[in-house]
Design a protein around this ligand. Structure first.
Ligand code: HEM
Length: 430
């Protein structure tokens, strides 16, 4: 089988390149091989990278028959569970996705605005004044609170506190590449119960307890939090979700919905720190509405996408730059490369929200949330939340960068994160 060319380095070195120095490694591949190239990692099928909107469109148009590369399952299943909408394929995926879409519709989502503001203000109260601190952990705490409240409503009480602690613990145990490798290694060595597994069991026990209690609640059908809505939802055949299935979807929302948003927020602050003129315009624009804030969020996700690539296993052959890729090939839309193509985004290294002021970003060039039939379910929610957090922080604090240098990019298993967590200094609150 002849795949597009790519680096000829031994596969372990390609692994080090792709995960150790993601951005320069991909840049070099693009320079050398063009917008379609193949990366080979140990014990993994070849990965064909695509940085071409038309090809990405063609892949996503086939999402009905496409599958997912094995990596997504390997990295996410231990936490999310086998039935998670993020890792199911084909008809099973579609059935679950349909059930989970309604809670994310616009109007419903907008009701969370004041809750978000309240959560940010409570957290800001705890930020130290005059001492450098990392923004990323604060953003993680805020987005975790937001997603817990959105998913479970405000009634979970002490169980919500316990869930917050246990979930933060589980996520810490898989957040970095080295933590993920140690979990996978322990499994390979036959170690069935690692500290990670114990932490997952704690989360499971809390969620099952919550579900049991809710099932007895007489007003379950009237509640409008996501957990209650999913508990009362039925698929096309009239079947409700089982508790095991509910567990997987709820953990998916909690995990997918907070770490990514916190990282994107942290990158947004980093970009604002490096571009005081943009920050000034943003602060001036806030009383007049959200248009500029939305553009800032979109531009931050362009220049620093949280998820660097989005994979599919082709369900049908695809011709890419003259190469006939057979069904079964793993292809990856390179968010990272696409977002910095000068023909799609002139002066791509410049942080210029104005480029998004005149209309929505292009569906196949601006792709921080993936696309096709698997586009992020929480995309609108995430953008709404980012804009709200940004607005509340800027309106109620005087925040300065703690360093003159832009944050270097580190690679975690799934995301690109600011290496030092975006250090900042709170000069004052208002
Ligand atoms: C800035 C924040 C976020 C980013 C960058 C992000 C990014 C992504 C990406 C790249 C995918 C894969 C899409 C694909 O395969 O085409 C995805 C899927 C998903 N995301 Fe997000 N996400 C964010 C926030 C959220 C939030 C807030 C939620 C839920 C509350 C969420 C829930 C999901 C779910 C359920 C899927 C699976 C969709 C499917 O396979 O059908 N995400 N996200």
């Amino acid at each position: 089988m002849s795949l597009p060319p790519g680096p000829r380095l031994p596969s372990p070195l390609q692994l080090v390149g792709l995960f150790g120095r993601t951005v320069p490694y991909l840049d070099r591949c693009l320079e050398r091989y063009g917008t379609v190239f193949t990366i080979r990692l140990p014990r993994t099928a070849p990965m064909v990278y695509l940085a071409e909107p038309e090809l990405i469109k063609a892949v996503w148009a086939r999402d009905r028959v496409n599958g997912l590369p094995a990596g997504r399952r390997i990295v996410l299943e231990p936490l999310l569970g086998p039935r998670s909408v993020l890792i199911q394929e084909g008809g099973e995926h579609l059935r679950r996705r349909r059930l989970m879409l309604p809670p994310f519709h616009g109007e419903r989502m907008r009701r969370y605005g004041s809750l978000m503001e309240e959560i940010v203000l409570r957290d800001v109260e705890r930020w130290p004044v005059g001492k450098p601190f990392a923004l990323l952990p604060r953003m993680q705490a805020i987005t975790l609170d937001v997603i817990l409240r959105t998913v479970f409503g405000t009634r979970a009480g002490t169980r919500e506190d316990a869930l917050r602690i246990e979930l933060a613990d589980v996520l810490r145990r898989t957040a970095s590449a080295s933590a993920q490798v140690s979990v996978l290694l322990a499994e390979q060595l036959g170690q069935k119960v690692t500290p990670f597994h114990r932490a997952v069991r704690c989360v499971d026990a809390l969620i099952h307890e919550e579900l049991r209690e809710r099932r007895r609640a007489p007003d379950l059908a009237e509640r409008d939090d996501i957990a209650s809505m999913l508990m009362t939802a039925h698929d096309e055949d009239g079947n409700p979700l089982t508790d095991d299935e509910l567990r997987d979807q709820l953990v998916t929302l909690l995990a997918a919905g907070h770490e990514t948003t916190a990282t994107a927020l942290s990158w947004t602050f980093d970009a604002l720190f490096r571009n005081p003129d943009v920050r000034e315009r943003l602060e001036r624009s806030l009383p007049d509405g959200d248009a500029y804030a939305d553009a800032v969020v979109e531009e931050a996700m362009r220049i620093r996408p949280t998820v660097p690539d989005v994979g599919r296993t082709l369900g049908e052959p695809l011709t890419a730059n003259g190469y006939e890729l057979p069904a079964g090939t793993d292809v990856f839309a390179s968010v990272q490369l696409l977002h910095r193509r000068a023909d799609l985004f002139p002066e791509p290294a410049a942080f210029r929200p104005e480029r998004f002021l005149d209309g929505s970003p292009s569906t196949y060039a601006w792709i921080p949330f993936g696309g096709g039939m698997r586009r992020c379910l929480g995309a609108a929610f995430a953008q709404f939340e980012m804009r709200n957090v940004l607005r509340t922080v800027l309106e109620h604090t005087r925040l300065e960068p703690a360093t003159g240098r832009a944050e270097p990019i580190d690679r975690n298993p799934v995301t690109l994160v600011p290496r030092h967590g975006t250090p900042a200094v709170l000069v004052g609150r208002s």
